[in-house]
Design a protein around this ligand. Structure first.
Ligand code: SF4
Length: 106
């Protein structure tokens, strides 16, 4: 009885080690670097997640701003203070390569 349980246990242990090693390698080589400005930019938007900007929520709009494809004022419920705070933040927050966004195009 115990002998019948040892073989599957050993097989499962070996599979766990192999898959764990594979996941570790995949994490190292397939990791997607996220722009560190994204979370702050999301927090500076109104946060209604209404979709009026044409994006799937504030996170989507923030991503388009950082990509340079979206306008800050594309957010319909945004007030002037939101825009001012976002522009101040982006003027002083370079991307990981050290480049600043061209705020005149946003
Ligand atoms: S319109 Fe503004 S508040 Fe609404 S989801 Fe877009 S960024 Fe968020």
């Amino acid at each position: 009885m115990i002998a019948m349980m040892i073989t599957p246990t050993i097989i499962l242990l070996i599979m766990g080690v192999v898959f764990g090693f594979g996941i570790g390698i995949a994490d190292k080589f397939l990791k997607v670097e996220e722009d560190s400005r994204l979370e702050t930019l999301i927090s500076l938007l109104p946060g209604f997640n209404c979709g009026a900007c044409g994006n799937p929520g504030c996170a989507g709009h923030a991503a388009t701003i950082l990509a340079g494809t979206g306008k800050i004022r594309g957010c319909k419920p945004m007030k002037d203070t939101h825009e001012k705070n976002i522009r101040e933040f982006l003027a002083n927050a370079p991307d990981p390569e050290g480049n600043l966004l061209d705020l005149s195009k946003l």
